[in-house]
Design a protein around this ligand. Sequence first.
Ligand code: GDP
Length: 294
Amino acid sequence: MFSLLQEKLEDAFRKLRGTAKISESNIADAMKDIRMALLEADVDFTVTKDLIKAVTETAQGEDVLRTVNPGQMIVKIFHDELVKLLGGGATELDLSPPQRILMVGLNGAGKTTTSAKLASWLKKQGKRPLLIALDLYRPAAITQLQVLGQQLGVPVCVPPAGETDPVKATRAALKWLDEQGGGVAIFDTAGRQEVDDELLTQLKQVRDLVQPSETLLVADAATGQQAVAVASKFNETVTLSGLVMTKLDGDARGGALLSMRQVTGCPVKFIGVGEKVEQLEVFHPDRMAQRILG
Ligand code: GDP
């Protein structure tokens, strides 16, 4: 995870750590290297600029050159700013009534897998998850969810045979839900290859019926800034309450994760770190900053 970013940052910080007497110009050089490292890691340009500015200003404000170990201080300042950028503290999943989680995102982002992962996670929290298959455009997604539900011992609602209207399928699912006697419902909605108006219109209709407590966008971190653009687009139209960044295990750069919060204003709530059902983690900005800085 983030091997490229880690390597570049390490190079930049090594210069500071290895210099006996640090001057203003050493710091300016390090900031240039860090800026390059972030841009090469596909971090959004404005996010990079703001982060460097914040670190530089804090370093000046704290008069780091007068401290015993200026190099170490700068790493700490960078760490703290990174934590802020990633959202500060962990943002909890809202499980207030009606306890409904709408999963949205593009095809292949990992929606169905993440729905099952979330069900497994909720089970471990002592909750009663329920899975609802609403991806009418990808019939394999329905079977996939059924199989995963069976493995997890979680009830799965499938759309009526031959149903092609997402609104009708949602109504049927809500009726099924009423008969289940409570639980946290996870709705796996349809995706597309790219964000289009039809997808968003249908999602809005589904959302208005479901009235979810959480609308989570599942975004593939490895797609970089494209994932950030997708999140912004979904957020404008269906108002997201949080994000799940998937496939961080295969993401060497980390640019999407680092840009997501600031660009979209939405908190990352979970991260996917592998294909297995248990490879979902609650997102902790401080632990992530620590991981990135090694
Ligand atoms: P959907 O079209 O959004 O429902 O996507 P799927 O849930 O079918 O996932 C697409 C592919 O991504 C599958 O092969 C999943 O196993 C894989 N996948 C999902 N999440 C992760 C993750 O966190 N890490 C890795 N390595 N693969 C993942």
